[in-house]
Design a protein around this ligand. Structure first.
Ligand SMILES: C[S@@+](CC[C@H](N)C(=O)[O-])C[C@H]1O[C@@H](n2cnc3c(N)ncnc32)[C@H](O)[C@@H]1O
Length: 243
């Protein structure tokens, strides 16, 4: 089956606030480490304002998905944001979604801003792989499962030991099982080693492929033509309707 038959709703050209983007020119055969933190952008605006703008990252995810806005990415969807951190990106999606659930062990920290942004009933303050064992109702429950600045292993680790590697595997397997049939996954690793997988992006795509129609890697920038350096990378996959 060709890509159009599988993913008929994917737009060819999306018209974002930053100009027209041809989604079909964004696909990559292999992962390239993202470059999302330049010191200034074309406009001369210090990057610190941009990198803290959650809207930009979620809009980039929408473009990777072939949607032209955060609204069309999230509308009517039940979303799980895995590794939500402070929940800023989750909150951005929640404005348009049917509901957003968040999972991150860091939510156990009461100082985490997520507690100001979300009702506690949507916050899971645990590793996603552990939460799925005692909350089995989360399995297959989400239209969209996201992971932004994916980092299942500790920040200081560049090469995972066996236990960290197993944790990373469990993280991605949990994302798959939380995604309902016909649903989708969006993963935004900044660097390939962030995945915590011995086989990097190749291993991630091999892990995803049996459950998804297609697994694509997109390189997205909202600043400049796509061959210019400031970009982020997204792995997008659409779950098969049957297993
Ligand atoms: C680099 S932060 C990204 C935070 C947020 N997504 C963002 O873009 O601002 C990675 C987050 O993943 C969380 N994390 C690591 N392992 C996890 C796991 N097994 N389940 C859920 N979250 C996890 C960490 O606690 C951390 O908050």
């Amino acid at each position: 089956m060709d890509h159009e038959t599988i993913f008929p709703t994917r737009a060819h050209t999306v018209d974002t606030a930053y100009g027209k983007i041809d989604c079909n020119k964004l696909t990559l055969d292999k992962f390239v480490d993202a470059h999302v933190y330049p010191s200034v952008d074309d406009s001369g605006q210090p990057a610190i304002f941009r990198e803290r703008d959650p809207y930009r990252f979620v809009l980039m995810a929408a473009v990777a998905f072939g949607e032209m806005s955060i609204k069309s990415l999230c509308h009517s969807k039940r979303i799980l944001d895995v590794g939500c951190g402070g929940g800023q990106l989750s909150a951005c999606m929640a404005q348009e979604a049917k509901g957003v659930w968040l999972a991150d062990p860091d939510c156990a920290n009461k100082q985490n801003p997520v507690h100001q942004l979300f009702n506690p009933q949507f916050i899971i303050d645990d590793k996603i792989q552990d939460a799925l064992t005692y909350l089995p109702e989360l399995q297959g429950a989400f239209d969209l499962v996201t992971s932004f600045a994916t980092r299942p292993i500790p920040l200081y680790v560049s090469t995972p030991n066996e236990a960290q590697y197993q944790d990373s595997l469990a993280y991605f397997k949990s994302m798959i099982s939380a995604c309902k049939l016909g649903g989708s996954i969006i993963i935004m690793p900044i660097y390939e080693y962030d995945l915590g997988l011995k086989g990097g992006i190749q291993e991630l795509t091999t892990l995803l492929k049996p459950s998804f129609f297609h697994v694509d890697i997109y390189k997205i920038t909202l600043d400049k033509p796509i061959n210019q350096p400031f970009f982020s990378v997204f792995v997008v996959a659409e779950r098969k309707h049957t297993t």
